[in-house]
Design a protein around this ligand. Sequence first.
Ligand SMILES: Nc1nc2c(ncn2[C@@H]2O[C@H](COP(=O)(O)OP(=O)(O)OP(=O)(O)O)[C@@H](O)[C@H]2O)c(=O)[nH]1
Ligand SMILES: [Mg+2]
Length: 685
Amino acid sequence: MATNGSNGTRATGPRCVALVGPFQSGKTTLLEAILARSGAIPRQGGVEAGNTVGDASKEARHHRMSVELSVATTNFMGDVYTFLDCPGSVEFVHDMRAVLPAIDVAVVVCEMDEKKVPQLQLILRELEDQKIPRILFVNKIDKADAGVHDVLKLLQPASRTKLILRQIPTFSGDLISGFVDLALERAFVYKEHAPSVVVPLEGDAADREKTARFSMLETLADHDDELMEQLLEDIQPPRDKVFDDLTRELRDSVVCPVLMGTATRANGVLRLLKALRHESPGIAETAARLGVKTSSDTVAYVLKTQNTTHGGKMSIARVLAGQIGDGTTLLSAEEEVGRVAGVFKLLGQNSEKRGPAALGETVAFAKLDKAKTGDTLTAGKQAHAAVAKIEAYTPVLAIAISAKERKDDVKLGQALNKLVEEDPSITIVHNAEAHEVVLWGQGEMHLRVATERLSDRYGVAIERRQPTVGYRETIRKGIVQRGRHKKQSGGHGQYGDVVLDIKPMPRGAGFSFEDKITGGVVPRNYIPSVEEGVIEALKHGPLGFPVVDLHVALVDGSYHTVDSSDMAFRTAGRIGVAEGLPQCQPVLLEPIHLVEIVCPSEATAKINALMSGRRGQILGFDTREGWDGWDVVRAKMPEAEIGDLIVEIRSATAGAGTFTFKFDHMAELTGRTADQIVAARRAAE
Ligand SMILES: Nc1nc2c(ncn2[C@@H]2O[C@H](COP(=O)(O)OP(=O)(O)OP(=O)(O)O)[C@@H](O)[C@H]2O)c(=O)[nH]1
Ligand SMILES: [Mg+2]
């Protein structure tokens, strides 16, 4: 570890900054304020007014929330900055996750809201795990009360690295009217939509400044022995040294500075931009973090794939080495992904054609047909090692969909491919048994937006319904049943006759068939047909579901030298099962899954109650390994009850909890619930 701050010179070149943070904390509004402040747009729009640069898609405007990444490039004091405004909803987390490898620094926009601390913790964790430098921006300071003095007390539990308060608020009466910057030791008053104005630092603010500055320095000194000595000896460290330490410790991810402001009024935004300019690392540090030599061949990382209505496919990427212009052929780890046909600068949904993208720039490349989000691309002859691996997403909610009109079936297939290309947190499963296309996703809103996109963007109107639960049925007792098929109409007749010994088998045994014919009463060559007939009948048992866990033995029968045929014996086998099963006490089987829920501990009791209320059998709960203040609850639960479980888990945990599940076993289901399921099945048929 370095012991002094002399290496803290300002990073240069184009930056890439992500705006992340809990749901609705004001990221898109902050982006708007940044763009207005830096002159990329003439006037600051608002989310409520529906005229922001971010969230420009129809779906985002309609739901008044970010449902995908928005990208905007601007200039500030001679440097290029690309801001990546990420959705806050956990349902759209994949867009955030995919951009993280590319960024120099994350601005984590949060609020002074206890309920949102677990969500903040989740986001900070991802950044901590990847050692991505981060700054907290406490937004909506216009709504803060006296609790603002305890900002660190409220937010520190969410962060594993020490938070460093960089600013303290100043008041006019009860309202926050400005702030003191503790590194600059200067007081400012906020002006609406204009830079804050410097005012004398005096009175109560001056006293509070001294205490707060000292604790800022103390935290910095944890990683700087020289500063520690100065503090012990009561020597005022030079201002440059303080800035150098802030820069270095942010770059090394050992502290997380905290700034504050009000995005709607662009208060605190200029300070944020200046902190980014002076203290955030740049492409050199980011490339080093990713193991890329900036001197090597061209390397770029794809952080988002978009299918635009006019421009076709766009791959938004950051150049990590070299430069990339029109006509460059690029290679991913797997294959040649295409030739760049246009380099674009983005400002929300507006794209502007430009020259080659230089080192560190974040741009959109057109027509890289095979490029995927998360790909590491190179123009070299050999693929570059992947700079990041994005974990696969475990889906939590499903809907079954179909095209409203039959003629759109093919179009739907193509649209689904594009949907998944843009959003790998959607999984598509074809349920052949139920003739269903099942869309698995991250939550209600996620799936709603996905179906809206199918119709808005890809022009396929969709019908949605609950996916079919994989019910089965079995039998509780056996029977010996004859199955006879005989037709003597005119010339060639049909004759097949079998006796089947049908027996229940233990759970999970599936189906087995046995040939117990002796003396050739059923000729050898017809026996496979008998089995086929049996299997056919088992697809649809007396309750309406596939029949499992039984053994069928062919024990007797007869044949006719002229009239017997494969067909006749298949029919006989089918008849034997169809007539036998209703007498075997058929019973419904439902799939039971092993469910694991993770949640903040204060919600554990609620989760237990929730699971019991849904026919869940709680197996126990534990502290979550490596997660202070979190629990894991394990339970066995019927598939039918898992349907919208995520919705309730999220509402019980302020959006922070989630679950995974895997099939465990099939269990008998009787009584009213079973009767209802069987009745519904009959009605559907
Ligand atoms: N009072 C106040 N309201 C704010 C401030 N910043 C944002 N808002 C409001 O908070 C709401 C959410 O703002 P957004 O900018 O959409 O928040 P977001 O973080 O982008 O939301 P998601 O992307 O959906 O997570 C909107 O109604 C904003 O007008 C602020 O500084 N003060
Ligand atoms: Mg947003």
